[in-house]
Each structure stands twice: as structure tokens, then as C-alpha cells.
Design a protein. Structure first.
Length: 289
């Protein structure tokens, strides 16, 4: 049967393409040490394999494609309507691949889901989720798959794209009567000591971005500002930090601040609203008269 022979030939051709792609992927993995580059090569080879399989099948049935054009056209219209979300996801994959939305290892937020991109498939993106019930930007263990069509429906927040730094802040309440000049000096020293290493790199990347986008000048140097109310004086420490070091940096600054303030022997004191209750001794109320 000629038709059965063509089907067998098509299956063999697809199998050969798959084997060649797998062998090429394994060979490439041995020579590419960088995991991100290795991933991109594997994905590119997979796409080449898909295209090669389609070409192989089309070549086998090339003498009958003209007869099937009308059938494919009618069936294609129905399939396109039924699989519109799938088609939108494929279009989203193309947009992600060539539109610089995000790449592997970027930290993004898609809708209410935040995490690190660990895979970009043709239909969906896989995130290693951070946050939710875990405080800070730490993994919670869930792997979340989001349809690629999402990029056409909601904003895509990229924490590590062109500018892999964030501005973060710590607020420190200081009691009235403290040496405010000394407090500001200590906080500036601590913030500079912990975050000063990021300053020049962040400034350089920001200047490069300013040539690409209409951005206003922004300082990447640590800053300490203050405001006050009827309760205490609030110092705000503002600094730049890498997107994946935010919690660790905040811990380091907070720990250093506690040690530094404790070493002032009361010249600088943390303010707090505290209430202490003492048990009352029992007493009798007797009516006289």
C-alpha cells in the first residue's frame, strides 16, 4: 500500500531527526560549561528538530499536498478557533524570544506570581516561585507554569532585566533626645560599608540605560534622610542592591545598625511604643455610713 509506505517513511524520518537532535544536544552539553548558554543551545536545537520533522513529513507527502490543500484549509479554520489560546501562547513565545520580555534566570512578576524563570517553552513559562507565605525574596518550593499568552494581557515586571539592581529602604525610629547628627553619621557609614560595592556598577548600568531610554539622572549612592512626628524621629536608609541580595543585605545592615547603636552608650537610642502592665494587689471596697 503506497499510503502505508509513506506513513512508515514519515515516521522513520521523524525518528531519525529526533535521534540526531538528541545526540547533538548531548554533544553540545559536554562542551558548553555555562548552564544558561547550554539551555539556549538545547532549545535552539529542539526548534531545529521540530522544523526538520515538519520538512521531512512534507517531503514524504509532497506529491499529495495539492489534494489536501482544501481539506487542510477547512480543518485549519476550525482548529484555529478551538486552539486560539494555544496559538496565542505560541505567539507569546515568539514575542518573549525576540521582544526582550525576559530570559532564563531573570526574576519576574507575571500578574501576582513572582519568581525566577527556569524554563521558556513554546506554550508556557515555568517559574521557581518566591515569596507568598515565605517572607522576603526566597524560594517557597513551588514551580508555577504560566501560559505565554499572558504577555499580551498583563504587565510583565522584570526585576533583573536591563538594570539588575533595586532601590530598597530601611526605616529606623530614633528617640527624641538622642544625638541626631551622630545617628545620621552612623547610619550613613553602615549603609556605605555594606552597599558601597554596588554603587559604581549600578551607576554605570544606569548611565548605559539612560542612553537607551529617556531616564532622569538617579543617584545610586546610599542616602540617609529623616522626618519626625510627635513620637520619634524616623531615619530612612535608601540604597541600591542586587535583585537577588535584597533580604541578605537588609539583614546585614540591620545587624550592623543594632551593634553600632548599642556601642554609643545611650547617645543614640531606638524609639519604640512600649506598654508594660503590672498585676494589681487585691483590695476591698467597703461602703461606709
Amino acid at each position: 500500500d503506497p499510503t502505508m509506505s509513506k506513513i512508515v517513511a514519515a515516521c522513520v524520518a521523524v525518528l531519525i531527526v529526533m535521534v540526531l537532535v538528541r545526540l547533538t544536544q548531548r554533544t553540545a552539553a559536554r562542551y558548553i560549561a555555562d548552564s544558561s548558554s547550554s539551555y539556549r543551545v538545547r532549545k535552539a536545537l529542539s526548534i531545529v528538530g521540530y522544523v526538520g520533522a515538519v520538512v521531512a513529513v512534507a517531503s514524504v507527502f509532497s506529491d499529495r499536498l495539492g489534494q489536501l490543500t482544501v481539506v487542510f484549509g477547512v480543518a485549519g479554520a476550525g482548529i484555529a478557533f478551538a486552539l486560539q489560546e494555544v496559538i496565542a501562547s505560541v505567539a507569546g513565545w515568539i514575542a518573549i524570544s525576540f521582544g526582550n520580555f525576559y530570559k532564563i534566570s531573570d526574576r519576574v512578576q507575571l500578574g501576582g506570581i513572582k519568581g525566577d524563570v527556569i524554563d521558556i517553552g513554546i506554550l508556557r513559562t515555568t517559574l521557581a516561585e518566591v515569596g507568598v507565605w515565605v517572607d522576603g525574596d526566597l524560594y517557597n518550593g513551588r514551580m508555577v507554569r504560566v501560559a505565554n499568552s499572558f504577555v499580551f494581557k498583563e504587565p510583565v515586571v522584570n526585576y533583573s532585566g536591563d538594570f539588575p539592581f533595586l532601590w530598597d529602604e530601611i526605616k529606623v525610629p530614633i528617640r527624641f533626645g538622642s544625638d541626631m547628627d551622630r545617628a545620621q553619621e552612623l547610619m550613613t557609614e553602615v549603609t556605605q560599608e555594606v552597599c558601597g560595592a554596588y554603587e559604581e556598577e549600578a551607576a554605570s548600568i544606569w548611565r548605559a540605560m539612560a542612553k537607551k531610554y529617556p531616564l532622569e539622572p538617579a543617584t545610586t549612592k546610599p542616602m540617609v534622610t529623616l522626618v519626625f512626628d510627635e513620637n520619634w524621629v524616623t531615619f530612612t536608609l535608601r540604597y541600591t542592591v542586587r535583585f537577588d541580595k535584597r533580604r541578605a543585605t537588609k539583614h546585614e545592615i540591620s545587624s550592623a545598625l543594632l551593634r553600632t547603636i548599642a556601642a554609643t552608650d545611650g547617645r543614640v537610642s531606638i524609639a519604640a511604643t512600649a506598654m508594660e502592665l503590672f498585676p494589681m494587689k487585691p483590695f476591698d471596697v467597703r461602703k461606709q455610713g
